[in-house]
Design a protein around this ligand. Sequence first.
Ligand SMILES: [Fe+2]
Length: 355
Amino acid sequence: MGEILGLGVTHYPPLAGSDDDMAWVIRKALQDPLVPDHAKDVSTWPALMREEWGEDEGRTSARRHRARLVAGLDRCRAELDSFAPDVVVIWGDDQYENFREDIIPPYAVLAYDDMTIRPWADLAHSSGMLGRSNYWQEGPDAEISIKGHPEVARWLAKELLDKGIDVSYAYRPLHHDGMAHAFLNTILYLDYHRRGFPYPVIQFPLNCYGSKVIGDKGFVVSLGDAAPLDPPSPPPWRFMEVGAAVAKAFAASDLKVALIASSSWSHAFTTDKTWRLQPDVEADRVLYQALVEGDFDVWRARSLAEVEDSGQQELLNWHTLLGAMESLGRKAPDWSSFEESYIFNSSKAFAVYRA
Ligand SMILES: [Fe+2]
């Protein structure tokens, strides 16, 4: 009988940079000439957003945001260490990194061997770190070793296909050497204090960005750079089915497994109804309340149109985790927190579902 720990974390790229730089996404959006003046007018912003912006464009509140995120990450890392998994499976978004025009799988199991990664060389483009210094002051030659578990990954792909989940799989990277930002940042942040990350990792990328994954390259673009829409991602309920199938496979194994959903919640830069200046914090609150109450039906009922309208594309990673937890009979998480924010592109949540 397998044992399963569920965790929800963030891989918020600006956390890897400096506090001065943490609000760069909104600073860039405010330069966009197509964003109307009334939306840029600080006096019209929600109270928390004005408070975060403060007198220094968020430089002071960035310190608080970092402290809260690191506290949440540390709590999740402590749970991971006391559980001591045989393998860690991470659900994260591939933002036009490993998968591009030649193939966009709906979701995939990456059955990779051990890797040696240079985070600040490999992540430079994909997480907006090009030309920025990182919080740890590590150079482009700094290396970290990450263990893989290709045998379990191959077994997982087989189990999913047997269960009718048509998962793709790969044995080596396609376009992105090392790991895409959702996975690498998750490991860098769970190892924020640089003690090492000893657990074998299976990356499980999801096509969260759907209609924007190639056109917008899954990232920050100006309002005027309108590209044709790509085909959509799978719907939220399908990601919940994928998560449930993963959980059932591991529950019937003899492994100790940590299932980690990695993403921030509504993203300002994909929320068109706010001119990409504000995330949809209201929609996030509704879903967080449902998470705290163990009300999985609220999550299942979300349509893809609602997800896109609220800039919650990356939350599909959490849909997958919640599908897994529901199938195991879990209800409320054993611990969770919701770090509300407007100017740092997104609110972030953390959740722990103990085995
Ligand atoms: Fe992401």
